[in-house]
Design a protein around this ligand. Structure first.
Ligand SMILES: [Zn+2]
Length: 415
């Protein structure tokens, strides 16, 4: 059987052989000669190669890792990647909102397909996504994600202030309530107030109520730029996090993107409420937003986000590398394993998905194959320690190193 025989893969068992690296509760499992058995789209077994076993697919000398997890990105914004913006608020009005306004109907469907193709090519198999505000862009995203068997959070940015379409608070909430029918264990409908400045207090409270009633996750942006924090304080007469807190948006299912301009008190509040954070360093550098405090973020669940289109592309390797760079310049160098952990299992935990982010029995067989020749330069020692290999992956991997991407055991991308 070939790995492209998708019908057969759903029922038959397929054994892969290669160097397998997978995050664990603490640190990484590393099987230099590893065996991954996939059955019915799930990992049946993973561990060291067994003498006498037969490989259906021999991936040696390449590296097998779980699919990457992107905990913050905007599907409609892929076409603006790399266009230099000015400030956050300028960028939203000049580039982003006009693009999102047109992101509906057949155009939304086609561009959503393009987005997922590119996401998979970069090695990402799970994500927390913002669509456009139009309900049919949400439906298109759910359908495409379901067709690929992806685990995802999907939600429209809810706005009743400076929205790019005519709305009332009531209509925004009614539409969100109707879309919540799409929610499932693998693809969550996420209540997504865009950010404090695009919402009235009534909308923020309505979002919290909807999430509470239906047990839905919540995602939004928090404290990305100083000028934005000042504008929030001016409008609401409170600090940014307090606005969300008072509305009832701090829950163990809430994910805040950026979280740069927060005090120690605010970090403690996030930790007490059990919230998670999406660290988006490529976007933060691009928009000149600032540097999130990684040490404080260790108090909460933290994943990494590409924040496309403020991030330049969907590469989670680039995002993890930028996180490393910023911390290194801050005098607090992180270790490669910790950042790649955040890009896999950390992201899955930030989203509350127990079946992705690591290769373990019972998890979805979402995995990527990285090209050993691109990661390890010619002439390097044959056997590398786990730490050295993770460091090379962090610093050298990118789109071209992703040879194959499997989702639920099905080959979805081949370089
Ligand atoms: Zn964003």
């Amino acid at each position: 059987m070939t790995p492209t025989d998708t019908a057969g893969l759903r029922t038959a068992s397929v054994t892969y052989r290669g160097r397998i690296l997978s995050p664990a509760d603490a640190g990484w499992n590393d099987w230099p000669d590893g065996r991954l058995v996939v059955r019915g789209g799930k990992v049946a077994q993973v561990g060291p190669w067994r003498r006498g076993a037969r490989a259906d697919v021999d991936l040696r000398p390449h590296f097998v890792l779980p699919g990457l997890v992107d905990v913050h990105a905007h599907v409609p914004q892929l076409p603006v990647c790399g266009v230099h913006p000015g400030s956050l608020l300028e960028w939203l009005n000049r580039w982003t909102f006009p693009l999102e306004r047109r992101f509906r109907g057949a155009r939304a469907r086609e561009l959503t397909r393009v987005y997922f193709r590119e996401m998979l090519a970069q090695g990402t198999t799970s994500a927390a996504l913002y669509t456009s505000a139009w309900p049919d862009s949400v439906e298109a995203c759910f359908e495409e994600a379901a067709a690929l068997n992806l685990h995802a959070w999907i939600g429209p940015p809810l706005m009743d202030v400076d929205a790019y379409r005519p709305v009332t608070t009531r209509r925004v909430l009614d539409e969100a309530r109707a879309l919540a029918r799409l929610d499932s264990p693998e693809r969550r409908f996420v209540v997504t107030p865009r950010f404090a400045l695009s919402a009235t207090r009534e909308l923020l409270e309505g979002c919290a109520a909807l999430a509470r009633e239906r047990g839905l996750p919540i995602q939004t942006h928090l404290a990305e730029q100083r000028a934005e924090c000042d504008a929030v304080r001016e409008r609401f007469g409170q600090d940014y996090l307090d606005v969300y807190d008072e509305a009832g948006l701090l829950t163990p299912r809430t994910l805040f993107a950026h979280s740069i301009w927060l005090s120690a008190r605010e970090w403690q509040r996030l930790a007490r409420a059990g919230c998670a954070v999406a660290h988006c360093p490529t976007s933060n550098v691009f928009l000149g937003s600032g540097v999130m405090n990684w040490k404080r973020a260790r108090q909460v669940r933290v994943g990494l986000g590409s924040d496309v289109g403020a991030g330049p592309d969907l590469s989670m390797f680039r995002v993890a590398r930028m996180a490393w760079t910023l911390q290194s310049l801050n005098g607090d160098p992180a270790d490669a394993g910790e950042l790649l952990w955040a890009a896999t299992l950390g992201g899955a935990r930030a989203l509350g998905f127990s079946g992705v982010g690591a290769l373990a029995p019972g998890s979805s067989a979402d995995f990527i194959v990285l090209d050993a020749e691109q990661i390890v330069p010619p002439g390097a020692p044959q056997a590398e320690s786990t730490e050295d290999l993770l460091s090379r992956i962090l610093h050298r991997a990118g789109r071209s190193a992703v040879r194959q991407v499997y989702v639920a055991g099905v080959l979805r991308h081949q370089r």
